[in-house]
Design a protein around this ligand. Structure first.
Ligand SMILES: C[S@@+](CC[C@H](N)C(=O)[O-])C[C@H]1O[C@@H](n2cnc3c(N)ncnc32)[C@H](O)[C@@H]1O
Length: 413
């Protein structure tokens, strides 16, 4: 017997819209999954696909943070009458398995609010479903979802929804992790700690999998390492800022006067129970050579300094003669010069081209100042193929791009 492809509805959070398809494509590629797309998400937060099994749906959901939930789609329409007609036809042959199970029907409306009473009335429209099991609101065997989609403009909700969906809930995405890794409750944070949702998306863009070796060369407080370790990566980082890595900078929380003695990247890893996936962090200037020639990485994920909330520096001196005496070596603190943004990205791409494995990924943020933006500013390297570029708008004139590259060949030496 051939595989039975079924229709599934993927419902996304309406956040970071420009990132959701890039995340999905990375996950599908990582698990070598091919889908048949029926309706692609654009601005709207749903995606309708055909897939050969429910296990594959679960596999996708086990990684996605943009995803709210997945349903086996039983009926969809733009009109309520047609939705009921489709649902009756579908359930005639397919409801037997669920007939005796405990169940609940949940109503979700997008961009329009309804009272509980109105929602109950909507649930009662489905009384014709031949379900004989008890209604159970907590943890039922079967959860059915009825979705009404009223568009994207909260200031204008049409009388009738644009789309209606009915389906069987299969699983949720990984949005709970956003809460778990919240900066509010994290032990060690700094002024530029990366938001957990974006960190997790970066780990997905990088296709981090169990056993991968992942580096953040501008590690700061290590937010990106947390996301990568959560997905099984062995993580390591470097940063030029000794005080940051040793948790000795001024606390970022206004309620906190002094840093605690054990505030550092390792403490965060312990807090989240992923210490066994943490290799270490080292104080080092990315502009200087640190790694063995043959050091090989599966992924590099990073948020380099743009010089807005942190300085962009590298070790160096503008003095013509800058030699130091032998007796000064032990206590010498090297002077620093400006590390220009173009230089940072050139170094980052050259380093990635050299130290990533073939097909390994570099995922990094790139700042964009809108007046002078042009596609040609996006950094390139002959060994790296740009796979995705997703924009996060920060203000009227500034945004940043999340760039995903794949190493396609060894650099020429
Ligand atoms: C945007 S922050 C990274 C924040 C980090 N993703 C986090 O979640 O905390 C950039 C980091 O790059 C570091 N940095 C600046 N210049 C550097 C250099 N030349 N080499 C290594 N790190 C550098 C800064 O100290 C800063 O911690």
């Amino acid at each position: 017997m051939g595989t039975q492809w079924k229709k599934y509805l993927f419902w996304f959070a309406h956040e970071h819209v420009d990132f959701r398809m890039a995340e999905m494509e990375s996950i599908l590629d990582m698990f070598k999954i091919s889908v048949r797309t029926i309706l692609k998400p654009k601005e709207h937060p749903f995606w309708i696909v055909e897939l050969p099994s429910e296990d594959i749906v679960r596999q996708i959901a086990s990684r996605s943070v943009s995803l709210r939930c997945c349903l086996e789609l039983w009926a969809m329409s733009k009109e309520l009458e047609t939705l009921h007609a489709c649902l009756k036809t579908y359930t005639k042959d397919n409801i037997e398995t669920y007939k005796k199970q405990s169940f609940k029907i949940t109503v979700k409306t997008f961009c329009k609010h309804f009272t509980q009473k109105e929602k109950v009335a909507k649930i009662e429209m489905f009384n014709y479903l031949s379900l004989e099991g008890p209604v159970k609101l907590n943890n039922p065997d079967l959860t059915l979802f009825y979705f009404e989609y009223y568009g994207l403009d909260p200031n204008y909700s049409p009388q009738k929804p644009f789309h209606l969906f009915f389906g069987r809930w299969i699983t949720d995405g990984q949005r709970d992790l956003i809460q778990k890794f919240s900066l509010k409750t994290r032990k060690f944070i700094g002024n530029t700690s990366m938001d957990p949702q974006l960190s997790l998306m970066m780990a997905n863009q990088a296709q981090v999998q169990s056993g991968d070796l992942v580096l953040d060369p501008f590690v700061g407080t290590g937010s990106l390492l947390i996301a990568a370790s959560q997905f099984g990566g062995y993580t390591l980082g470097t940063d030029i800022d000794y005080l940051m890595l040793h948790g000795k900078t001024r606390p970022s929380r206004i309620t906190q006067k002094y840093r605690e003695i054990d505030e550092n990247v390792a403490a965060n890893m312990k807090q989240y129970g992923i210490m066994s996936n943490f290799v270490d962090v080292v104080v080092a200037d990315f502009a200087l050579r640190l790694w063995r020639e043959n050091a090989n990485l599966d992924a590099i994920i990073t948020d380099p300094p743009y010089g807005v909330r942190e300085s962009t520096e590298r070790v160096g001196s503008s003095k013509i003669c800058s030699t130091i005496e032998a007796h000064q070596v032990a206590t010498h603190i090297p002077s620093k010069v400006v590390y220009d943004l173009n230089e940072i990205f050139e170094d980052l791409l050259t380093f990635s081209a050299k130290h990533l494995k073939i097909n390994g990924r570099l995922v990094c943020w790139f700042p964009l100042f809108k007046e002078d933006h042009s596609e040609e500013f996006v950094p390139t390297n002959p060994s790296l193929q740009l796979l995705a570029s997703s924009e996060q708008v920060l203000s009227a004139n500034t945004s940043r791009l999340l760039l995903t590259y794949r190493k396609i060949k060894e650099p020429q030496t």
